[in-house]
Design a protein around this ligand. Structure first.
Ligand code: PLP
Length: 233
């Protein structure tokens, strides 16, 4: 019998990088030499000390259920790291550990956005912002990144896209795929635009340590909207 998947699975699409990786691996298996520019991962294996820590944990009985938000030891370490790198006090209870960034993005959108509400996200951008919005039966609202602004967006464009249905604005800096980096002025502008409205900022900062020019600044620097920010790193 043919499996009839739920309608929601049809809207989600796939991540292009994985499709290209599958094609590249096929060509490699046929003997072609391939330089991999598609998938975002290091070209070296996981370092020895990390492998050893994982092996030791298994040997030492870390093989059972953990609290669903993550082990308190990790949450404490993450809270210390974010407090140090972002310059404000983060409590372990404010940290949730997920298996990579994708679940953190998807769960944030699913838990905040009702069907029919709107999510603004950078375009071009990481495809999961759009997919998670569609999964939440919400409306994806792409915000163009402009080459003439070094792939930042215009605050006017952002303002025009805000409606009374806007629930989440996704930002990603440093950005995939353009490399654009947002500035403190951009963040102050976003804060001015959203004012007191119940609009959440989902800030994807996974590339905060990969920056070659300029300075990484987090939107969490803007204290007046910090209580509406979800930081993914
Ligand atoms: C901007 C951005 N966010 C999130 C992710 C996903 O991260 P993870 O592989 O940890 O789920 C990627 C992966 O390419 C990405 O480029």
């Amino acid at each position: 019998m043919e499996v009839k998947f739920a309608e929601r699975t049809k809207t989600m699409g796939t991540e292009g990088a994985f499709e290209v990786l599958a094609k590249a691996r096929k060509l490699e298996a046929e003997g072609r030499e391939i330089l991999h520019f598609e998938i975002g991962e290091p070209d070296f294996d996981t370092p020895r000390n990390i492998k050893d820590a994982a092996i030791n944990a298994l040997e030492n009985g870390y093989t059972h259920y953990t609290p669903s938000s993550g082990l308190m030891e990790i949450r404490k370490a993450v809270a210390e790291y974010i407090s140090k790198t972002r310059g404000f006090d983060v409590k372990p209870e404010e940290v949730i550990v997920t298996v990579g960034a994708k679940p953190a993005i998807t769960f944030s959108i699913l838990s905040l956005v009702n069907p029919g509400e709107e999510v603004i996200y950078p375009d071009p951008g990481y495809p999961i912002y759009n997919a998670a919005t569609l999964l939440a039966e919400a409306k994806p609202v792409p915000l163009p990144l402009l080459e003439e602004k070094d792939f930042r967006f215009s605050l006017d464009d952002l303002e025009k896209r805000i409606t009374d249905k806007t629930k989440v604005i996704v930002i990603n800096s440093p950005q995939n795929p353009t490399g654009g980096v947002l500035t403190r002025e951009d963040f102050e502008g976003i804060a001015d635009i959203i004012g007191d409205r119940e609009i959440y900022i989902l800030t994807d900062e996974i590339y905060s340590r990969i920056i070659y020019e300029g300075e990484f600044v987090s939107i969490t620097k803007v204290e007046r909207i910090r209580d509406r920010v979800i930081l993914v790193d």
